[in-house]
Design a binder for this molecule. Structure first.
Ligand code: FAD
Length: 784
């Protein structure tokens, strides 16, 4: 079979016209289905087959492709395609490949077809042995966020983008096109991109290349074909040897000689975000602070590669930092598939010793008590060539399971198997066990699991199945346990109480973000509240009392415990006796202010515009327009966490600015305020003045009020304004352009967006003005 070049394939595609039938052999893989998407974008009639059903096949069908399960020469002949594209995973004796040869239909491998399409755009190839899917996904995502409307073809799903491959039809030949470029089968030099990122070169694909020198020669040839910036990692000595000093070569990395030098930043106290922070220096000058939600130094290095390229393309550092900070990762790359208070389960595609080490080091940064690792070796050839490196790559693990080799289309090699690898790992001193049946792997891992463990399933084959099975079992187990606990709690509550599981906290907070609370209770009486507290103590369930949620930011993973809300009418009634206003902790502040006005009692007008409850206002000593909650307080009723109710007069209570420490270990049940007899019209006038001031100075969009405490030297809002941060966005979160101290949910914000935005404001205040900002809003819950 004569091998066609990318230029020839491009000519064929141009010659047959856009509506031609293109046949895909092995259409259901991530890369092939991506190519299918590109061809569909071009208007081609996409047909083909795969050995098994997959979500990728389905997504092609949804777009009109005719792709079937099972290879068939008859279907192929009936389709009469103009071109056949195959994946290297397909064997040469495939019936459709034979039929194509007999019918003399041009046949090309996937990479050549992709190279042909890349010729039609300003291509940016992302290549290297490790990390190219994540890096190309990150670049595609960042360009999308930067408004460049890129095309892209990435070999992993990108949950934040609707497809993992798209041909930007409207862009024309100058449109940017990000291509994850595979080096495994010698097709790298078929690409002649405008720009490129090369991450690393390593001993890999030795079934194809004679030796490492041949691999390097391939990268050398590729480098010559890059017309514009060739961004390469200065920490890789082989790449430095190949590319340093070459025209247009730009290096990045931790190495002091790198053109773009990365410096990791330690985590600041109070930083509520996940991931890794770094600064990027170009010729000694700091070009900006960056944050990636991905873990580990290598993730920072990959993000630096993307940042370096985008800066070379002329994008602003601030915009680049913003876009990179929003990227949440590619499918099966450091992907968290289960998370509760005690256990975290990840899936990762790593299948090379270098990738294993990097992934395990990154997961170690999570601080779990033990790191448990299940690994499925991928290909007999790789297992044989790299056996001694594999044996040494699990040193960060506390326990390892090794399955048998996933063949990926290869013939078995006698003596090369999971058992042998497992023995080699044990010899190296690690605790490893051979898991002979993949179907039992989830069970084996589950039997070993205990609180505090981080688990990762590693491999490029079908180890995702037991990984997902374990995640499902843990979720089901958690749900079952939750339902049991809920039923037990309900037997102890009064009949008017509300008790539920999995309450979305976005519904219970004014900022409208936050994942679910495991349990949610609205007790109908003090007895029910005391019973709830006793239940939490017995079952060791953490709890949190929440009012209207107007001073709370709940993280996307939600709250692992019980949220108690005193919304029931028995806690929210308001009664006026003489000049005293008796109100339950659940009463709305606005209702308290209205009741006071109704009875011509002044002094509580400032409560009108604070969107909280009496309980929250007592805890925070809420105040506005010169008044504060404790100014008018006569006494309050509270319950200790042990369930004992009691009362206290206000002169016995210690209060501070926006704080009342006694509620750290007690719950407000109600309060008595004293008003000053005042004419209703005057009260109304004061209320109107308060609300005018609010409307003029505060945003209407959902928020949690003032985000930061005022530093001594300057009000936080003015500081944010002076720093030029009003209007700054991360995802759906935005610094209000009305008031600098408000972060608003401008649409579909996640808690992670808000947290990232908070960190950017804090970082800017720290570097530009030396001011440390602290949040006034309370941040609770877990990362997603
Ligand atoms: P939540 O936000 O639900 O909880 C706040 C804290 O109180 C948490 O620690 C919670 O555990 C605790 N808590 C709640 N109920 C109880 C209870 N019964 N017993 C013990 N602890 C409890 N604040 C001001 O001070 N002045 C303002 O002018 C102001 N303006 C705002 C404007 C807007 C638009 C928004 C969204 C908020 C504003 N806030 C303001 C913040 C907020 O409204 C106040 O802090 C309010 O007192 C919080 O009440 P909450 O019921 O919403 O409490």
């Amino acid at each position: 079979m004569k091998r066609l070049t990318a230029a020839q394939v491009d000519e064929i595609l141009a010659g047959v016209g856009p509506a031609a039938t293109i046949w895909l052999v092995g259409a259901g893989g991530c890369g092939m289905s991506g190519l299918g998407n590109l061809l569909l974008d071009l208007g081609c009639n996409v047909r083909g087959s795969d050995a098994e059903e997959s979500a990728f096949l389905d997504s092609l069908r949804v777009r009109g492709a005719d792709v079937a399960v099972g290879h068939s020469a008859e279907r192929f002949r009936e389709a009469n395609p103009a071109l056949v594209v195959y994946t290297p995973a397909v064997r040469a004796d495939n019936v459709e490949m034979i039929a194509a040869e007999q019918a003399q239909v041009p046949i090309v491998r996937r990479s050549t077809a992709l190279a042909a399409l890349a010729r039609r755009r300003s291509a940016i190839c992302v290549t290297g042995m490790h990390g190219k899917s994540t890096t190309s996904a990150m670049l595609a995502f960042a360009l999308e966020r930067l408004g460049a409307e890129p095309g892209y073809a990435v070999g992993a799903t990108i949950p934040q983008l609707s497809e993992h491959a798209r041909f930007n039809m409207a862009a024309g030949d100058r449109g940017l096109f990000v291509v994850e470029t595979d080096e495994s089968d010698g097709s790298l030099p078929e690409f002649a991109p405008e720009n490129a990122i090369v991450l690393n070169v390593d001993e890999e694909h030795l079934e194809h290349f004679e030796n490492l020198e041949r691999v390097c020669a391939e990268f050398n040839e590729f480098g010559r074909q890059v017309a514009g910036a060739l961004i390469y990692c200065a920490d890789d000595p082989r790449l430095s040897k190949l590319y340093a000093g070459r025209a247009h070569a730009v290096s990045y990395g931790f190495n002091l000689s790198a053109n773009y030098r990365v410096e990791l930043e330690p985590r600041e106290p109070g930083d509520g975000t996940a991931g890794t922070r770094f600064r990027l220096f170009h010729q000694g000058e700091c070009r900006g602070r960056f944050h990636t939600r991905l873990l580990g130094a290598t993730s920072a290095s990959n993000a630096a590669a993307v940042a370096a390229l985008l800066l070379e393309l002329g994008f602003e550092a601030r915009d680049v930092a913003e876009a990179l900070g929003e990227f949440e990762g590619a499918g099966r790359r450091q992907e968290e598939i289960f998370h509760d208070s005690g256990i975290r389960v990840f899936e990762d595609y790593g299948h090379h010793p270098e990738e294993i080490e990097v992934t395990l080091d990154a997961l170690r940064t999570l601080g779990g008590e033990r790191l448990l690792v299940a690994f499925q070796p991928h290909k007999y050839t790789r297992t044989r060539f790299l056996l001694s490196r594999f044996a040494k790559s699990f040193h960060a693990a506390d326990k390892v399971w090794i399955t048998d080799v996933y063949p990926a289309g290869e013939e078995e090699i006698p003596g090369v198997n999971g058992e042998a690898l497992c023995a080699a790992i044990c010899e190296h001193g690690e605790r490893a066990e051979f898991a002979s049946e993949l179907g039992r792997l989830a069970e084996l891992v589950r039997a070993e699991l205990r609180e505090g463990d981080v688990v990762v399933f590693l491999g490029a084959g079908d180890i995702c199945r037991p990984a997902r099975a374990l995640a499902r079992q843990l979720k089901e187990g958690r749900m079952e346990k939750k339902q049991e606990l809920l039923a037990a709690l309900q037997t102890r509550l009064g009949p008017g109480s509300v008790a539920r599981t999995d309450e979305p906290m976005a519904k219970r907070t004014t900022l409208r973000v936050g994942g679910p609370a495991d349990f949610y209770v609205e007790p109908d009486s003090e007895d029910s509240l005391a019973a709830t507290l006793a239940f939490c103590a017995e079952e060791a369930i953490p709890f949190r009392v929440v009012g209207r949620g107007s001073n709370l930011l709940v993280r996307d993973g939600g709250f692992r415990g019980m949220v108690i809300c005193l919304k029931h009418e028995s806690f929210s009634a308001i009664r006026v006796e003489g000049d005293e206003i008796h109100c339950g902790a659940g009463a709305r502040l606005r209702a308290v202010a209205q009741a006071a006005k109704q009875h011509e009692l002044g002094g509580l007008e400032f409560l009108e515009g604070i969107p909280g409850s009496v309980g929250g206002a007592l805890r925070m000593n809420a105040g506005a327009m010169g008044g504060a909650t404790f100014d008018s307080l006569v006494s309050l009723r509270f319950m200790s966490h042990a369930g004992e109710p009691a009362e206290l007069s206000s002169d016995k209570i210690e209060v501070g600015y926006r704080s009342c420490p006694m509620f750290k270990d007690s719950i407000a049940l109600g309060a008595v305020f004293r008003g000053t007899p005042t004419e209703r019209e005057l009260i109304q006038e004061r209320m109107d003045a308060c609300s005018r001031k609010r409307w003029d100075s505060q945003p209407a969009a959902p928020s949690a009020g003032c985000m930061f405490k005022n530093p001594d030297s300057i009000p936080a809002g003015r500081l944010v304004e002076e720093l030029g941060l009003k209007g700054m966005r991360v995802g759906g979160a935005m610094v209000s352009d009305v008031h600098g101290n408000f972060v608003v949910n401008a649409g579909d914000a996640k808690a992670s967006d808000v947290l990232e935005l908070i960190e950017r404001v804090r970082a800017k205040a720290r570097t530009d003005r030396g001011i440390e900002l602290h949040t006034e809003v309370e941040i609770i819950g877990e990362e997603a």
